[in-house]
Design a protein around this ligand. Sequence first.
Ligand code: AMP
Length: 279
Amino acid sequence: MNVYTTVAEMRQQVHAWKKEGLTIGLVPTMGYLHEGHASLIERARKENDKVIVSVFVNPTQFGPNEDLAAYPRDFKRDSALCEKLGTDAIFHPEPEEMYQNACTAVTMSVLNETLCGKSRPVHFGGVCTVVSKLFHISGADRAYFGQKDAQQLAIVRKMVKDLNFDIEIVGCPIVREADGLAKSSRNVYLNEEERKAALCLSRAVKKGQELIHLGISAEEVLAPMRQIIEAEPLAKIDYVSMVDAENMQYVDHVESDVLVAMAVYVGKTRLIDNFSFHV
Ligand code: AMP
């Protein structure tokens, strides 16, 4: 497994693979890898001749008061895990390599105006820009994203369609801890008490899944979910919402495929969780 830190070196490898007619799967990550990332890498491994994992804490997707500087990093451990999972190359650039003198960015509308996009106004523009760059640099045939970041997945799918990227987007299910907490690099921020409190998110998801059915109103699903979270003193709701699964617009009733998503502060840590319902 090779680690490339420059676009030029990564491209050279990609060109060599393409010349041989090999297919490439890309798994974009911000590192501090866990089993959620591993599930994406394993899927990519099965479906492609070559697998590239990008490890890049992308500064442009963090707002000014967010956790860019504190975001956990452990590249040695990440590269060991990637190697174990049969990754062919890691792309691990510095921000300067990605953004020096950049004047161009990708913007999104509509889909980024709800949920996390509402709370984090610069976030999805940064995601679209870096993901576009990674698609071009990797020359990937397929890219793998987790349902854990469901709005991100919907936005990337829309961007690929709108901008005619020649790449297949593969969505992969949420990987959870044994007790239900969705795996996240940010879970390391939680102390013991907060770790227990964080279970209110997956409990709320479970409740929502029990209640949801065709025709039910959004509030009939969301209110009991909010109650579960509000009963937890360390938790503070950012949002608990229901949106159309494709365009991310709020819905009043379940009449199409929907996404039920939440962001909750547990202490200072902002956690997300969600489930989808197909009619
Ligand atoms: P991140 O490193 O947090 O930017 O995540 C990189 C990719 O891994 C994204 O596509 C995430 O949706 C995905 N991912 C993160 N956590 C999980 C999880 N618990 N289950 C499935 N995919 C995940």
